[in-house]
Design a protein around this ligand. Structure first.
Ligand code: ATP
Ligand code: MG
Ligand code: FE
Length: 344
């Protein structure tokens, strides 16, 4: 069974192809991404209208590249999965409209599916089936959540989330403060590796004894970094040390809370996904703390952590394998789709 995945929730046009075999194994056949990130860089964030137009222009060429890479024809496709939320309304609509047109013309079932569940499903392309229950730490540009996954296609429950900024958003805002380019994750990660993570004691949000156990807060940290830099001016800013100290605060809170949630829930497997899962210190600290707590850690390679179509194709394979009903062709985009709605 060949499944086509289409992703357009933000600024990446992603087209992926996977094969689901009779045993339930999912094999990655193609993963093509066209990004409009460079068009947004000078604005310091994604401009929705620019993203929508870029998706329109990139959809057909990206589709073609994916089929070429897999050595498949359109007529080989047995089912289509498309991100129908959460994300930018105009951007989502480009993917949803394209997917409907392909599904109608090919006469195959269409699954409107959740981008966040797709981020978690990405890991199965690298590490195989996810044992359940497992805990997913989803850390991306727009979301920071702790999820209890009882079935990738059937049951995902949010047990905690950020009460203000997402972790990736904090990276992007701190990069601005430090005059580093957008998106901020990669340049801060690189600077942090040259700096001293203990140089500055930045706050760890929501870690007090009476604070919500599974929730996160990063806006205080972002403000603390901005205040520290302001107070320092006009002296030169030790960018590497600030980046390392900020990164340490983020990785510390994320891993401490995720590991504790596993212990609380009696869960033995943790998967980290979303763009921030590409972060070197987060992976290192998570590996250390999971090992100490006897938890198996899974983190997909960076390419599968950021937005792509293969993750949606993988989620589609799990939906098909679980016998979940396909969507109606009048499905629409839902910018605020909750993670518990895995498919519509
Ligand atoms: P969402 O998935 O919540 O809708 P999104 O799709 O925009 O948001 P992703 O593409 O999953 O988010 O991730 C993008 C984010 O990941 C950006 O904020 C970026 O700065 C961050 N990021 C990428 N690489 C790294 C890294 N090495 N370290 C930290 N953050 C990173
Ligand atoms: Mg992106
Ligand atoms: Fe994403």
């Amino acid at each position: 069974t060949i499944i086509l995945g289409i992703e357009t929730s933000c600024d990446e046009t992603g087209v992926g192809l996977v094969r689901l075999d009779g045993s339930g194994a999912v094999e990655l056949l193609a993963d093509e991404v066209a990004s409009s990130v460079e068009q947004h860089a000078r604005f310091g964030g994604v401009v929705p209208e620019v993203a929508s137009r870029a998706h329109l222009e990139a959809m057909v060429p990206t589709m073609r590249r994916a089929f070429d890479a897999a050595g498949l024809k359109m007529s080989d496709v047995d089912a289509i999965t498309v991100t129908c939320g959460p994300g930018l309304a105009g951007a989502l609509l480009v993917g949803v409209s394209a997917a409907k047109a392909y599904a109608l013309s090919l006469g195959v079932p269409l699954y409107g599916a959740n981008h966040l569940a797709g981020h978690v499903a990405a890991d199965t392309l690298e590490h195989g089936p996810l044992p359940t229950p497992c805990l997913a730490l989803l850390v991306s540009g727009g979301h920071t959540q702790l999820l209890k996954v009882d079935g990738l296609a059937t049951s995902i429950t949010e047990i905690g989330s950020t009460i203000d900024d997402a972790a990736g958003e904090a990276y992007d805002k701190v990069a601005r403060v430090l005059d580093l380019p957008y998106p901020g994750g990669p340049p801060i990660d690189a600077a942090a590796r040259r700096g001293n993570p203990r140089a500055i004691a930045f706050p760890r949000g929501l870690t007090g004894p009476r604070d919500a156990r599974n929730d996160f807060s990063f806006s205080g940290l972002k403000t603390a970094v901005a205040r520290w830099v302001e107070a320092r001016e006009p002296e030169p800013i030790p960018v590497d040390d600030v980046a390392a100290s900020f990164q340490e605060a983020v990785a510390d809170v994320l891993t401490a809370k995720a590991v504790r949630a596993c212990v609380d829930e009696g869960i033995g497997t943790m998967v980290i996904s979303g763009g921030v899962a590409a972060n070197s210190r987060l992976k290192e600290l998570a590996a250390e703390r999971c090992a100490a707590a006897g938890i198996t850690l899974r983190v997909p390679r960076p390419r599968l952590c950021t937005d792509n179509g293969a993750m949606m194709a993988a989620l589609g394979a799990h939906l098909v394998a679980a016998g979940v009903e396909a969507s109606s062709l009048d499905l629409s985009a839902d910018p605020a789709l909750p993670v518990s709605t895995i498919s519509v």
